[in-house]
Design a binder for this molecule. Structure first.
Ligand code: 13P
Length: 254
């Protein structure tokens, strides 16, 4: 049984003060929605403040990135040990990291390994770019990203995969429920091939890209899609709470 899962990726938004205000607006309504995991991923500098505010509530915390080394002369980087004291999840391999910061599959693989070795749960993002979609290469690209990121990693249901087509991120042009379902099913097949079917059936797979309270139902109605990774809409407390609530209803979680 996979527990439905909604994570909010705040990206490079909110000062510490703004993050505190936002989380205070949503923590009580989020706590009230049962049978679903809800995780907030604010910027690094707000993790501690947000952690204090969600303490005692049924709301989890994640980071948006991480380096793979544990400590040392890596100016500006954040290690798994540092995150381990603060949060449970870490988003890895987001397309914005791949695009703007040159992250490649081998680096992402090291990060996935380091997260698991240090008790963090990775949310691994994969997805094709617009030209790759046009060329009909979606499965080839995603297969490569998954094989790269998971190479040599022991099978574990601590992994969550987020299918985030790059053309759908921040564009208001979400994939259709059907498109997302086909690719999410493909992702679980690839994981089954790399690991085994039993573990793959316990690995959660999310959809991300222009998800709102109005369209989340299209995705989570699909039995293979366990929830969503939300960008823009996770910065609006009422909308984020509605997304969680709708998902819990549709998944029959409460
Ligand atoms: P949007 O929901 O803003 O399209 O962003 C999706 C995303 O990249 C989440 O990680």
């Amino acid at each position: 049984m996979r527990i439905p899962f909604i994570a909010g990726n705040w990206k490079m938004n909110t000062t510490v003060g703004e993050a505190e205000k936002l989380v205070k607006e949503m923590v009580i309504p989020l706590d009230a929605i049962g049978g679903i995991e809800k995780v907030l991923c604010p910027p690094f500098v707000s993790l501690l403040s947000v952690k204090k505010i969600i303490q005692g509530f049924d709301v989890g915390l994640g980071a948006q990135n991480m380096y793979f080394e544990l400590k040392g002369a890596y100016t500006g980087e954040i290690s798994p040990l540092m995150l381990g004291e603060l949060c449970e999840y870490v988003i890895l391999g987001h397309s914005e990291r791949r695009l703007y910061f040159g992250e490649v599959d081998d680096l992402i693989n090291r990060k996935v390994r380091a997260s698991l070795d240090n008790g963090l749960k990775p949310i691994l993002c994969v997805g094709e770019k617009p030209d790759e979609k046009e060329e009909g290469r979606t499965e080839e690209v995603i297969g490569r990203q998954l094989r790269g990121a998971l190479s040599g990693i022991e099978p574990t249901v601590k992994l969550t995969v987020a299918y985030e087509p790059v053309w759908a991120i921040g564009t208001g042009k979400a994939a259709s429920g059907e498109q997302a379902t086909v690719t999410v099913d493909f992702i679980r097949e690839v994981v089954a091939g790399l690991w085994n079917r039993e573990v793959a059936s316990g690995v959660r797979v999310l959809y991300g890209g222009s998800v709102t309270a109005s369209n989340v139902g299209e995705f989570v109605a699909s039995s293979g899609i366990d929830g969503a990774l939300i960008g823009g809409a996770s910065l609006r407390s009422e909308e984020f709470v509605s997304i969680v609530s709708r998902t819990a209803d549709l998944k029959g979680a409460r």
